[in-house]
Design a protein around this ligand. Sequence first.
Ligand code: NAG
Ligand code: NAG
Ligand code: NAG
Ligand code: NAG
Ligand code: NAG
Ligand code: NAG
Length: 435
Amino acid sequence: MKLSKTLLLLGAHCGAALGQTNSTNGTSPAIYPLSTDDFFSFFLQEMLAMSASGGAATGEVLRAAAQITPGDFESVYTEFKFLADSLHSTATSINVTRFPVSAREAYLRAASYYRASVFFLVGNQTDPRLFDIWDIATSDFDIAQSLSAIPGERVVVKGDGFDIPVIFWKSPQSPDGPVPTILLGNGYDAPQEESYHELGREILDRGWNVVTYEGPGQPTVRRDQGIGFIHDWWTVVTPVVDYLETRDEVDNQRIALGGISFGGTLAPLAASKEHRIAAVLAIDGLYSLQKSTMSQFPTDLTALFESGNQTAFDAYMNAVLASPQAPTQFKWFIQQGLWTFNTDSPYDWFTRLGEISLNEEVLGNITCPVFVGRGQDDDTAGGQEKEVADILGDKGYYHEFQTALGAGEHCQLGAESQLAQVTMDWLAGVFEDIS
Ligand SMILES: *[C@@H]1O[C@H](CO)[C@@H](O)[C@H](O)[C@H]1NC(C)=O
Ligand SMILES: *[C@@H]1O[C@H](CO)[C@@H](O)[C@H](O)[C@H]1NC(C)=O
Ligand SMILES: *[C@@H]1O[C@H](CO)[C@@H](O)[C@H](O)[C@H]1NC(C)=O
Ligand SMILES: *[C@@H]1O[C@H](CO)[C@@H](O)[C@H](O)[C@H]1NC(C)=O
Ligand SMILES: *[C@@H]1O[C@H](CO)[C@@H](O)[C@H](O)[C@H]1NC(C)=O
Ligand SMILES: *[C@@H]1O[C@H](CO)[C@@H](O)[C@H](O)[C@H]1NC(C)=O
């Protein structure tokens, strides 16, 4: 799952945008109503989007959508857990020697639905389901991989004080390489397995290697190592690049780093110090999540944060979280922040979120071309994408994905083929220019 339109909706006016279907020419909302809770709609759309690559099936997700009670986090758990258990049970009943494809596809979707079932449970960081069900999801995903023609290979790369889980998929066209390699990282909430569904299969189809990773704060590192987000993201990427250079399948001159959602901040940040990266994909360009979030705060909340009074800021945020009127988006965004930053203080979370930002010096230190994407209807970054591209100057390549073509949502949700076409064709050109 990706960080979403949450920010726009932090205020009380949430929900108003839903149901207004307008022209087909770029001004209509990019979220389609799958629930009267518009954040649930976004989340369900993310689930639907994975159907193009075997991570979901539309009928299954739409059935769950019809059963889920708007705003009720436990009902998301119940419905997706039901689907996951059913598919898991189907998968385990299949003779994998005779029917490996049937088993693989069922395991793959069970894994997605298990992950989805716990998406809204982060409000209680000790809820055992966050851990137990994640383990089943991971195991099902790995069984599916073992039944694939191109099985993802799990590797653990050592970071300084943390381990970095990595999955390596070899190019099906040149399995011995060396070929270009795309290293994909997610953002505020999504696991690396989702990167596979989002862009991974598209990249393999183009004959390149795909590698995914997770750093501190991201789902498996947060769960297994109890480590929250860190600002020096290059300390995650550099050991992975060191590792990639040891692999014969990798063309060391042609390693691109993709960052999805909040990864649109993390990837450029890493590339500002890791100069072996040949190109960066910022999907989308996010200058500062703290700034774009703050621009949605009521003025008294901004003033409270800026006053540095942690007790008062925490009390304000906790009161809003406890309020039954708090919009789902707001609740989830804060709860997810506390979880991924491994803290119980909203002030601590929000302060540290600000430390993970781009600035002119960081962008100036990047030495490779940077693709900066934007969804036409995506307000997550509040227009920062253009700002990032402008600061990058000649190094930047800006592209706006169109709402009229269904690609205007955050990270081009549901239009991954368009995202892949534009980004991968651009990358091919960058790679060709490298001598
Ligand atoms: C649709 O867009 C037009 C032009 O921007 C606007 O005048 C109209 O009020 C909109 N309709 C709805 C239902 O939002
Ligand atoms: C739709 O958008 C295109 C490009 O922005 C513009 O040329 C065209 O006139 C628009 N059509 C309508 C019906 O608004
Ligand atoms: C699974 O299928 C294989 C190949 O047809 C067969 O040899 C094996 O006995 C089957 N296993 C079970 C448990 O039925
Ligand atoms: C969080 O989950 C734990 C374990 O299930 C439970 O004991 C505890 O009561 C929960 N806390 C809250 C605030 O619901
Ligand atoms: C911080 O806020 C609390 C609660 O609003 C207040 O009691 C306290 O005096 C404030 N502290 C400072 C240093 O302003
Ligand atoms: C940019 O690069 C210079 C030269 O290597 C370095 O001194 C500086 O700390 C870097 N700035 C940032 C923000 O990383």
